[in-house]
Design a protein around this ligand. Sequence first.
Ligand SMILES: Cc1ncc(COP(=O)(O)O)c(C=O)c1O
Length: 403
Amino acid sequence: MSVTAPAIRTAKRVDRFTYAIRNIVAEAKKVEQAGLTVRYLNIGDPNQFGFVTPPHLIEAVARAMRDGHNGYAPSPGIAPAREAAAADFAARGVKVSADRILITSGTSEGIELALTALVDEGDEVLVPMPTYPLYTAVLAKIGALPSYYRLDHTRDWQPDLGHLRSLINPRTRALVVIDPNNPTGAIYPEAMRRALIALAEEHGLMILADEVYGDLAYDGAVPPMAALDHDAPIISYSSLSKAYLAPGWRAGWMAVGSSPRLDPALAAIKKLADGRLCSPGPMQYAVTAALTGDRSHQITFRQALRERATLTTARLNAIPGLSCVAPRGAFYAMPKVELPKGKTDVDFVLGLLRAKGILCVYGSGFGTALDEGFFRIVFLASPQELGAIYDEMAAFTGEFLGA
Ligand SMILES: Cc1ncc(COP(=O)(O)O)c(C=O)c1O
């Protein structure tokens, strides 16, 4: 075979697919090769910052392997995990039978299963802006379109309901709600959640409720959105990745709400789930352990997050040219830099990386405009380390804005 023969062609859908949180790592590697140490504040992985998986979850996985649970699991998940998830939802005010729960490879797979099962090519899905980029990445893959509704940083990053309403048209199929939110750290009050449900109901839209940070609100767990309305067509998502400190296990669950209007959706999602055989078997035993066992690690984790959020907000707001809305849950902040004319958020983030070895993600990777100047920080590092990082960030911002 000639080496001059044309390269194997790639699919066009890949051109539409971006995932800034990981794509940007290539830039960081170049900076490392040039000899600078990089501090990675791009990925929301608590385990990379010294937070450890609760031992009883590790034991549950190890025991499952030793006990021989190494074959394929049922496609929707093992019965004890599905029952544990149903009981956990019941304790949080959501009535849903175990038959409507699927155990998935993280929240990510559940989101992909639902969007693939329920949204056609050319359909539109309401996605927050800024958004967690998985949604737009999956929509790009299936040939559907994100319709971005504004989250308003001047109102604590709450959804702009007027803007949301103005985007709905006959092609709109679903509304994505991320609460507590990545990348903003916002939590929505009950009135906002009810307004979102009412809007979805008015237009016959399904809600994808991404609740992966539900237990990581600093004032205690926030209830699932489905607890507000049992008849609304809501699919709820969570996983072991964040609040149970095991993101690499790829173990999550989804609940297809008990409204009979979702029966065809449940059947379609199960049909697609059959095609991928099952999510990793031994980890499903940890889902049971997580949802029925000791959760005291969450108390200390939430305290650690609150301390870091407070530090982050205070330090960033003290830097001339930066402002930051205080996060109320999860481990992200979305500050804004007052960009000089002609500069973009990418210029700021890459400049910070190249000058100081601090890796954040530009807001445009989450859908905000290049010239708005937003960027996302993962604040899981220790307070001492964060203090040093914010000193460097202040120095860089001064140089960048003075330049
Ligand atoms: C809002 C949101 N949804 C979903 C995910 C993916 O989570 P999982 O590891 O459960 O697939 C993340 C991960 O950062 C997230 O921030």
